[in-house]
Design a protein around this ligand. Structure first.
Ligand SMILES: NC(=O)c1ccc[n+]([C@@H]2O[C@H](COP(=O)([O-])OP(=O)(O)OC[C@H]3O[C@@H](n4cnc5c(N)ncnc54)[C@H](OP(=O)(O)O)[C@@H]3O)[C@@H](O)[C@H]2O)c1
Length: 293
């Protein structure tokens, strides 16, 4: 049995569906019993747990062949990353108590970077569980193509998409969550020793301008990207309610300046097969009014 956290989100859903399609048994770890119902109907057992609570997590991990650990995104962490430190402690305690045979932890590209940024949350949690005795794979995917969900409305309504990734012709490592799910499901079923890192991106790197031309093709209208000037980010993010925009800004700097990168660079990362066009098409189709062709 494989215990899957974050199963109601994008990556967890893809991991669980891949395992179920392969005839594997899945325990859906949810924080809301109602959200567990759909997974029960798909044949899963359901456990209730939150990522901050070691006792419920430990119970959810008991008896698992392998555990998929997904920490929910936090775009506005406290300056000391206290949430990540607390989650690291809870996870350590839960895994040490439940002792699953193997763990796949969903981390991120650039978790090895020394500069403080939003992704430091994963560096902290990786470190917090790194002394556990069971085999662990730190799965480090690229920027999710699904982040373009926020670009659909501006592309459709104005044909101008604001871009924090810049310059607009710089290729960025990106990946579809479907490919992360497939790789994670495979890793959970592998046997390995010790702790290791798996790095994953899509078939090719993607520039912001390519995102615009792909939207233009799908929407049947001109679409272009527009740089959001770096000097406006702090005020913009604060106006959107963020209390501590610096980690997010430094993460964007890291992608733009190239210091958020795979340890083994592009040549050493695994490659998924899902293209940007496939992902953008599904994002556009989420709202049928959007698709004009
Ligand atoms: N976006 C990127 O470009 C990128 C790149 C690399 C790595 N990552 C990492 O990928 C992860 C996000 O994956 P995703 O996009 O699949 O997430 P997602 O779609 O936002 O889903 C988040 C999941 O976490 C669950 N959750 C939220 N709060 C929880 C809590 N307190 N305890 C337990 N579960 C909780 C949610 O459950 P509910 O349904 O109950 O809310 C949901 O299942 C993050 O760790 C992020 O840092 C993201």
């Amino acid at each position: 049995m494989y215990a899957i956290t974050g199963i109601t989100g994008k990556v967890g859903d893809a991991v669980a569906r891949t395992l179920l399609a392969g005839g594997q048994s899945v325990r859906a770890v949810v924080r809301n019993a109602d959200k567990g119902q759909v997974w029960r109907k798909r044949g899963c057992k359901v456990a209730l747990a939150t990522i901050e609570d070691a006792a419920s997590l430990s119970a959810a991990f008991q008896g698992a062949e392998a555990v998929f650990v997904l920490v929910p995104p936090n775009f506005d962490p406290s300056p000391e990353f206290s949430d990540a430190r607390e989650i690291g402690k809870a996870l350590h305690s839960a895994l040490a108590a439940a002792r699953p045979k193997r763990v796949v932890y969903l981390s991120t590209i650039g978790a090895q970077a020394r500069e403080m940024n939003l992704l430091s949350q994963h560096s902290i949690i990786e470190k917090a569980i790194d002394d556990l005795p069971m085999p662990i794979t730190f799965l480090r995917p690229a920027w999710f193509m699904e982040n373009c969900r926020w670009d659909v409305a501006p592309a459709r309504e104005t044909g101008v998409v604001p871009s924090f990734l810049q310059p607009l012709d710089k290729p960025v490592p990106m990946v579809a969550t479907a490919d992360i799910g497939k790789l994670a499901a495979g890793l959970l079923q592998e046997k390995w020793e010790g702790h290791r890192v798996a790095e994953l991106e899509g078939p090719t790197r993607v520039t912001p301008n390519q995102i615009a031309t792909t939207f233009a093709k799908l929407l049947g209208k001109p679409v272009r990207m527009k740089v959001v000037p770096r000097e406006s980010w702090d005020a913009l993010f604060r106006s959107q309610g963020m209390k501590n925009p610096v980690p997010r800004m430094r993460m964007l700097d890291g992608f733009n300046e190239g210091w958020i990168e795979f340890e083994r660079k592009e040549a050493g990362s695994q490659k998924g097969s899902t293209t940007l066009e496939t992902v953008l098409k599904s994002l556009v189709e989420e709202d049928p009014k959007v698709l004009t062709k």
